[in-house]
Structure formats: C-alpha cells, structure tokens
Design a protein around this ligand. Structure first.
Ligand code: ADP
Length: 499
C-alpha cells in the first residue's frame, strides 16, 4: 500500500479542486473547476448542490486519469470543504430540495437579529455566536419560507448536511449520511462540550434531529466509493472543514500551534488541545478534529479583508496592474511615511466585530504616492493579523514564537517579512501552499493506518521559507501604536451621508 496515493477533494466556495498526493505529501496532480455563484437577491449567495457533486466527480476522474493512474492506485480519499454551507435533500430521490445556502449568504439575518437574546446560550454550547454565517439559521430560513419542507423534515422524508455530508452521501450512493466533528461544530446545533447534537438548540431552531447526519471522527472510515463510480473498494477516510484541514495540513498538532491563512480574508486558528477557550474578545471556539477518541479544540479569529484589499488596489484604484506589483512597490520605499490604510470595507472582524465602520486612509501629504498607499495596504494585512494573534495570546497565555502560514498572499515576501517584524515571530511558509487539501489527505491516510500517527506525518513537513523578525522592539511598538490609533479613529467615524 505504501506506494499508493491519497486523493483529496477540496470543495471550496469558488471552486472544487482534487489533488493527488504521494505518501510524502508532494502534489502529483491537481485539477480544479469553478462553481457557479447564484445571487438571487442582494446579500444572498447560493450554489447548485448537483453541480458541486458533478464537478467533484469530474475533477476526480480527470485528476486520476491525467496523472496516468487508475482508481487501483488510490489508497484513500479525504474531503475538506467550505464550512457552514447547508444542503437539504430528499431521502427517496436523493435530490436537493433547494440550492445549497452558502456560508456568506445573509438571507437569515432577520432570524439571527431576532434571536440575539440567545447569544450567550449559543456561545456557551457551541463556542460560536448567533450569526447568519452558521448553518442553523439558514435551515430555519428555508423551513420558514417553505413550510411544506418543515412538514416533510418532521416526517423524516428529508436529510440535511454541510457540503462534506452531501459529498459523502453522493460518493457512497446514499449509503452513508455522516459528517465529522469539525464540520458539525460549525452548524450552531452541535454542543462542543457534550459532543452531540444539542436538544435545546434543536428546539430553539425547530430542527428535527432525524434529518441531521451521524457525527464521526475526522479520521476513520466513513464509507466506500459506490460501485457506480468504481469497482475498486476505496475508502473515504478523512473529513474536516477547510480551516481545520489547513491546521492539520500544517502539522499544528500541539497546544499553541498556530496557522494563519492569507486569502481573500485571513483565518487564524490555534490548537488549544483538550481545552475550550471561552473568549471574551470575539474569538470563536471550535472543534479542530476528533481522532482515536481524542477531541482537539481550536480557537479561531477572522479578518474579512486581506488579499481583497490588494484586489481593491488593482480593480478599483487601479494603482497596481497585478497583485505581484504590490511587493515591487512596497520594496521600492524606505517607509510608509506614517500612512495607514484601514481596509474596513465590510466592517472589522476579530477582535473588534464592528460591522458599521468603513475603511479609511490616514496621514496623507502632497507627496503620498501610489507606492506608499500600496505598501500601507499590504501592511494593514499584517496589522490585522497581529490584532487577532495578540488577542489569542491574551486569552490563551500561549507565547507564539513561530507561525505557520498559507494562502495566496504568502507569495508576497514583503508582506511575510513585515508580518515577522510586527509580530516579533518567525513566519514559516510550507513547500506546498495547498495545505487544506494536504490536511484532508493526511487525515485520510491516518484513517486507514497508511500513517501510524501524527508524529510520522510531522516528519513529512517541508518548508519553503522562514522569515525572522528584523526590526527593533521599539520600532515595532511605535508602528503598531500608529495602527491602533488609526483603527480607533476609523471606528469613531460613522458617516450618515449616504449619497
Ligand atoms: P481564496 O482562497 O480566499 O480565494 P487565495 O488563497 O487563492 O484566496 O488567495 C487569493 C488572494 O491572495 C487574493 O485576494 C489576492 O489579492 C492575494 N494575492 C495573490 N498574490 C498576491 C501577492 N503577490 N501579494 C499580495 N496579495 C496577493
């Protein structure tokens, strides 16, 4: 079995990707296909669940055959997915009864606004907050708007699940209706203390338990590919939500290990071991994974605008032609001359959770150039990450001396060096940027004993670059003070003029 490969399905928000890894975790072949986004009304985002499964299958076949392999060469399959997105389908026909309601979709905002009195209860049980992002209010919205579906759900005629469940169900031709602990912990219905669907929350959201999937360990056999797909007996043996899979792919297996993903936004997760951190400053507590009967928790912070600010420089301000220009411009300067950009385009996430403030630029002079604005925008990504990581330090007392990073913006050497400087921590960039898919593959490998344990997987970690902090402590404090001031003033400015 040792020369067989692991196949990861990474079903993301904008695309579906499959990657074949060898035993060492090297990418052998990769295929991705875009997913159609539906915006039926402002703020709503939906996907066609059938398209998601069809594209997953298409990616899988193309990946295996283009790599000149066959299903025989695949030891196991791992699944990682966009979290919180929900699908409801008919038990008999196996067809969805409505589009997948995507995590970003805000159609259930009125529901969550009306339920804000339950915030403390929900936080205590789930580690999350009452917010339309999480799955439960999306289900409530569906059943409120289509009362027939509520009846059918109550009668046990429907099933529901996050995208991992939907894929497992289809890949096994309806034989398995399951999810893993990491995905369950994002639904707002799962109690992260008792590790079960919570009766009080099910009542609160009026969701019948019979439609929910069985919750299984993140690493272990969920089921086998149906014989409609292949005659080979191939197990699905690793499942985790995308951020948790990335934490696993980065080999963050010890308490205090932390990863930061720099994509459109930033997601920071820290392994908190067997401890649930009850955050006072807006971090979420979540399940990282459950393996061999052992639960591992994580604490999570989110930044809404990171790489998206670079897209703004390119697409709206048009002061850079490509994202890579941002590094060139930043490196052409000695400093930002005191200019700060606060890219609060959709408010600010952890630790501020201020959805009313808007973006701002401070410190402009007659000499402020596009290079300065660009560099200050890049630096804002590092400052926001520092805000999150400082909050984690405060709440967990962990002292991070190194941070594992991934995501599209980690190719920017200026950003990575500035991040090391402003955090006074080592920044470690792995050799494969596909850490999410790698995490799913590792979980799948562990689930069939292809790997003995996480210690064996950790030995496979390959590093592309390490950035060491270079600036003085005083300079670091001075720069960060300027950022905090800029954020404070940004939050004070609430403009009532709309046009
Ligand atoms: P997502 O998974 O959220 O779609 P990716 O991990 O693919 O994001 O990263 C894409 C983001 O990375 C984009 O927002 C883009 O602006 C940013 N990005 C890509 N290259 C660079 C670069 N050289 N410098 C800064 N940001 C970059």
């Amino acid at each position: 079995m040792q020369n067989k490969f692991l196949l990861a399905i990474d079903q993301g928000t904008t695309s579906t990707r499959t990657i074949i890894f060898n035993r060492c975790g090297d990418v052998i072949y990769e295929v991705s296909k875009e997913i159609t986004q539906y915006y039926p009304f402002p703020g709503w985002v939906e996907h066609d669940a059938n398209e998601i499964f069809e594209k997953t299958l298409a990616c899988m076949f193309e990946c295996i055959f283009s790599a000149k392999l066959s299903f025989k060469d695949i030891a196991a399959i791992g699944i990682t997915n966009q979290r919180e997105t929900i699908v409801v389908w008919d038990k008999k026909t196996k067809k969805p009864v409505y589009n997948a309601i995507v995590w970003q979709s805000l159609q259930s905002k009125e529901i969550t606004d009306n339920m804000s009195i339950y915030n403390d209860l929900i936080k205590e049980k789930t580690g999350l907050k009452i917010n339309p992002y999480f799955s439960a209010s999306k289900l409530r919205w569906l059943f409120d708007n289509y009362p027939k579906l509520q009846k059918r759900a109550n009668n046990g005629e429907l099933l529901c699940g996050t995208i991992d469940s939907w894929l497992i169900y289809n890949l096994t031709d309806g034989n398995v209706h399951a999810t893993d602990y990491s995905n369950a912990s994002r639904t707002l219905l799962f109690n992260i203390h008792t590790l079960s669907w919570d009766e009080d929350l099910l009542k609160l959201f009026n969701i019948p338990k019979c439609i929910l999937p069985e919750v299984k360990e993140s690493s272990g056999i969920f089921g086998y590919l149906s014989n409609k797909i292949t005659q080979e007996k191939i197990p699905i043996s690793g499942v985790a939500g995308d951020q948790q899979a990335s934490l696993f792919g980065q080999c963050c297996y010890q308490y205090g290990d932390l990863k930061n993903t720099y994509g459109t936004g930033c997601f920071t997760l820290m392994n908190t071991g067997t401890k649930i951190v009850n955050s006072k400053y807006g971090l979420l507590s979540t399940i990282a994974w459950k393996i061999n009967g052992q639960i591992t928790y994580a604490i999570e912070g989110s930044i809404f605008i990171a790489g998206a600010a670079i897209q703004w420089l390119r697409d709206e301000l048009k002061i850079i032609k490509s994202a890579s220009d941002s590094e060139k411009y930043a490196c052409s300067l000695q400093s930002t001359e005191g200019v700060y950009v606060v890219p609060a385009f959709t408010g600010l996430g952890t630790p501020y959770w201020d959805d009313e403030c808007k973006g701002a630029i401070f410190g402009l002079t007659r000499g402020t150039s596009k290079e300065i604005i660009t560099r200050a925008t890049l630096e804002s990504i590092a400052y926001q990450s520092k805000d999150v990581i400082e909050t984690m330090k405060k709440e967990t007392k962990a002292n991070f001396t190194q941070i594992y990073v991934d995501g599209g913006a980690t190719v920017n050497k200026y950003l990575m060096q500035f991040q090391a400087d402003i955090l006074n921590s080592k920044i470690i960039v792995p050799a494969t940027i596909q850490t999410t898919a790698l995490g799913a593959a590792f979980l799948a490998g562990l689930g069939i004993k292809y790997y003995k344990n996480v210690a064996e997987i950790t030995k496979l970690r390959k590093i592309n670059a390490i950035y060491e902090p270079k600036i003085s402590k005083n300079r670091q404090i001075e720069l960060y003070k300027g950022w905090k001031k800029a954020v404070k003033v940004t939050r004070m400015f609430k403009n009532s003029v709309k046009n």
